[in-house]
Design a protein around this ligand. Structure first.
Ligand code: APR
Length: 230
């Protein structure tokens, strides 16, 4: 089976009612990144950070996967599909995708502020502030904050280097190293970009200027036709 690598961002969850970051009205218009998505912000006011992620976890639980997520599952019958997502929601999992890498962490998990390898699942929407890990560190959201290492970038690069097809969905390609993944995909690979808005992308791609729900279906239909006629 040919390998399809899908790089997703906040835009694929937009039609599920989950805010993006840089669109008008996005999360970074309502909060200062340095206050809620940085280690300095955690050290300055951990309660504020905890509440920011508790609210996002609550929205995630109330949301449902949309057609964009579901179409990627449909593709798994014809291709070896790997999702590399910048999103911290679990909508790809709840849609049924099997191979998922979360580059920026997961809302459903917490880790010790002293040891990010101590990871626990969070039941429900609230991570009660002040809960301690066995090592005495406070439990913090299992999220990669700005300035922190991206431990999953190496496996993501390995996947991209073996891709026959790349689909980029719902990301402004503003944040590295995630945005740099597109350059690891071989030049001969077929590349699509699904986004209703223009995105600056430094390689030749087929632009599908649609929302994820309709745009991903169009790409999946084309790829299934390719797979079934060959
Ligand atoms: N369907 C598809 N794309 C959409 C939709 C939609 N319905 N609505 C918006 N978009 C697009 C926007 O046009 C934009 O290009 O989704 C993209 C969202 O971009 P950002 O808000 O910058 O989100 P993202 O690219 O995922 O941000 C990357 O930045 O703040 C950090 O860690 C955070 O993982 C995040 C990273």
């Amino acid at each position: 089976m040919k390998r399809v690598v899908v790089l997703t961002g906040a835009g694929i969850s937009a039609e599920s009612g989950i805010s993006t970051f840089r669109d008008s009205g996005g999360l970074w218009e309502q909060h200062r990144v340095e206050d809620v998505a940085s280690i300095e912000g955690w050290q300055r006011n951990a309660g504020l950070v905890q509440e920011f992620y508790n609210q996002r976890r609550k929205a995630m639980i109330e949301a449902r996967p949309n057609e964009g997520h579901l179409q990627l599952v449909r593709l798994e019958q014809y291709y070896d599909v790997h999702i590399i997502t910048q999103n911290v929601d679990n909508l790809h999992e709840r849609a049924g995708s099997k191979n998922i890498i979360h580059l920026h962490g997961e809302l459903t998990k917490a880790c010790s502020e002293r040891n990010h390898n101590y990871v626990v699942d969070i039941e429900g929407w609230e991570l009660k502030h002040g809960t301690l890990a066995p090592d005495g560190g406070r439990l913090r959201p299992f999220i990669v904050w700005f300035g922190e290492a991206v431990p999953m970038i190496e496996p993501a690069i390995d996947l991209c280097e073996q891709a026959d097809v790349l689909i980029v969905v719902g990301t402004s390609l503003n944040v590295y190293p995630a945005a740099g993944l597109i350059h690891y995909v071989p030049p001969k690979a077929k590349c699509y970009l699904v986004d209703p808005n223009a995105v600056a992308v430094q390689r030749k791609v087929t632009i599908i200027a649609e929302k994820a729900g309709t745009g991903v279906r169009k790409v999946v239909d084309e790829l299934i036709e390719d797979a079934t006629k060959n």
